[in-house]
Structures are given as structure tokens and as C-alpha cells.
Design a protein around this ligand. Structure first.
Ligand code: FE2
Ligand code: FE2
Length: 274
């Protein structure tokens, strides 16, 4: 990925159809823009963890350029749809309150292959998320942004997977350990980062930050975009990263369990937010 596959400045910005903007999606897009734009912090962390692997460091740097562009594209769309949204101000607010732990020199996942499997989980999550948002909106420019971003995220998954395999050959992480790392990263989805981004992008400046409330506000809207096909594809990617075979009884059980969880969680979040 030496070059960007698309340039956000070339998107057909003058074709935004304001009548088709879903105002329930807008807060999600603002929050997602901040998280994407913050990818540089992860590069610093990844370059520390892979301090003697210049090949992977190069990959991490190029990856971040694409993620930052995702942030710019989403931020620009949100500012054009809602002129009161100040992207730079929101970025500053987010950065003032949320920091990625970049000064570590070993992976928080316990090994480099674990780190790369966790990265695969993040890319699985983002590629299915943008596919889900793209399918749930009729606004043509946001649809196009989501299509481009989802394709990038899928490429990122493939790149991290290639490097995960390289380290798995050396570190010999068991399948059980891979599943554990994958599940623990997925379990962090409702942690601080997205909740704080939602807060920084959407809440009034003087509002206090309440993680649970902002996480619920984000997740309630986000989960509502998913359809079974998005989950099925995501779970196939998770299975692959863990070294498990898709299209098996376990795979079918996992897709059904994931859909059940998502529906239940959205219902509970909707009730709590009502
Ligand atoms: Fe991204
Ligand atoms: Fe990505």
C-alpha cells in the first residue's frame, strides 16, 4: 500500500443530497472521524512494539496515512452536512481527553502475533462497520465514502494477517490463545475510545463525560446499522485470523450467537436510552 487507493479531495462533494442525510447516523460519523484521524498514535505504538522490524514499521506508517484520510473524509462530510461541526476543535477535544498508550515497547497483547491478530480484529470491525453504514444510508456521498473506507479496511486486514502469519510461524501461538486475543480485543469495542470520541464530537463543551452513557449512545446507533450479512462476513474474517475453518458447525453457531447478541444488546440499549 505504497500509495493511497483514493483521495478524499476527489470525492463528489458537491453531490451531497441534504434531503437524504440520516441525522441519527451523523453523530456516529463525527465520532468515527475522530478515531480514524487519531491513527498516528497507533503507529507510534506499533513502531515501538516492532522496534526491530523495519518492514512492518513501514507498513504501519502507510497504514496510518490511509486511516487519517478516513478521518478527513468523514470529518469533511460531517462539516458539510452540519456547518456547526468544527472538526479541528473536536479533534483537539478528543486528543485532550483520550490518549493511546504509545510509550510501551511490548504489545499489550503479550506477543507480536497477538498484537497483529488484535489489529486484524480492529480491521474486521471497521470493514464490516463501514459496509453496514454504507448499506444503511441513501445519501450518495456518504455511501461512496463508506465504500472506499470499507475496501481500505479489508486491505488492512489482509496486510496485518500476512504479518500475523509471519510472526505466528516464530511464536507458535495456539489456536486457543489466538481466539482469546481476538475475543478480548472485540470485547474492548465498548471501552473508552469510541465513547470518548462520541462525547468529544457531539456533547456540549461543558457537559461532563460519562463513559457508560456515551458508549451506549454510540453503540445503540451503530448496532442498528448491521444486517446478518455484515456479521457473517466479519465472523468469517475472525475465524480466519484465529486459524479456524469457516462454513462449519462452529461457524454457524458463532454467526447465530453474534446476531442474537447484537439484537439483544441493541434492544437493551434502546430501552436504556428511551
Ligand atoms: Fe479506517
Ligand atoms: Fe483500517
Amino acid at each position: 500500500m505504497a500509495q493511497l487507493h483514493w483521495n478524499y479531495e476527489d470525492l463528489p462533494w458537491d453531490r451531497i443530497d441534504h434531503g437524504k442525510v440520516d441525522h441519527d447516523l451523523l453523530p456516529l460519523i463525527k465520532a468515527a472521524a475522530l478515531v480514524e484521524f487519531n491513527a498516528d498514535d497507533y503507529t507510534a505504538y506499533l513502531c515501538n512494539v516492532f522496534h526491530d522490524d523495519p518492514e512492518f514499521q513501514e507498513v504501519a506508517r502507510e497504514w496510518a496515512v490511509e486511516e487519517v484520510q478516513h478521518g478527513r473524509a468523514l470529518g469533511k462530510w460531517a462539516s458539510l452536512v452540519d456547518p456547526e461541526f468544527d472538526f479541528d476543535r473536536a479533534v483537539a477535544r478528543f486528543r485532550a481527553g483520550y490518549r493511546v498508550p504509545i510509550d510501551l515497547n511490548a504489545s499489550v497483547r503479550g506477543s507480536r502475533s497477538g498484537e497483529l491478530i488484535a489489529r486484524c480484529m480492529v480491521e474486521t470491525g471497521t470493514s464490516s462497520y463501514y459496509a453496514a453504514i454504507g448499506d444503511s444510508t441513501d445519501e450518495p456521498v456518504l455511501k461512496e465514502i463508506c465504500r472506499q473506507i470499507a475496501a481500505d479496511e479489508l486491505r488492512h486486514y489482509k496486510i496485518f494477517y500476512i504479518h500475523a502469519k509471519r510472526y505466528l510461524d516464530k511464536e507458535r501461538l495456539s489456536k486457543a490463545r489466538r481466539v482469546w486475543v481476538a475475543l478480548s480485543r472485540i470485547g474492548e469495542t465498548e471501552d473508552d475510545e469510541l465513547a470518548y470520541a462520541y462525547y468529544a464530537a457531539n456533547a456540549p463543551e461543558d457537559a461532563p463525560y460519562e463513559r457508560k452513557a456515551y458508549s451506549a449512545a454510540y453503540m445503540r446507533r451503530a448496532y442498528g446499522c448491521y444486517r446478518p450479512k455484515h456479521l457473517d462476513r466479519g465472523i468469517a474474517m475472525i475465524f480466519k485470523a484465529c486459524g479456524l475453518k469457516p462454513h462449519t458447525v462452529t461457524f454457524n453457531l458463532a454467526t447465530r450467537a453474534a446476531w442474537w447478541y447484537l439484537e439483544n444488546r441493541s434492544r437493551r440499549l434502546a430501552r436504556a436510552g428511551a
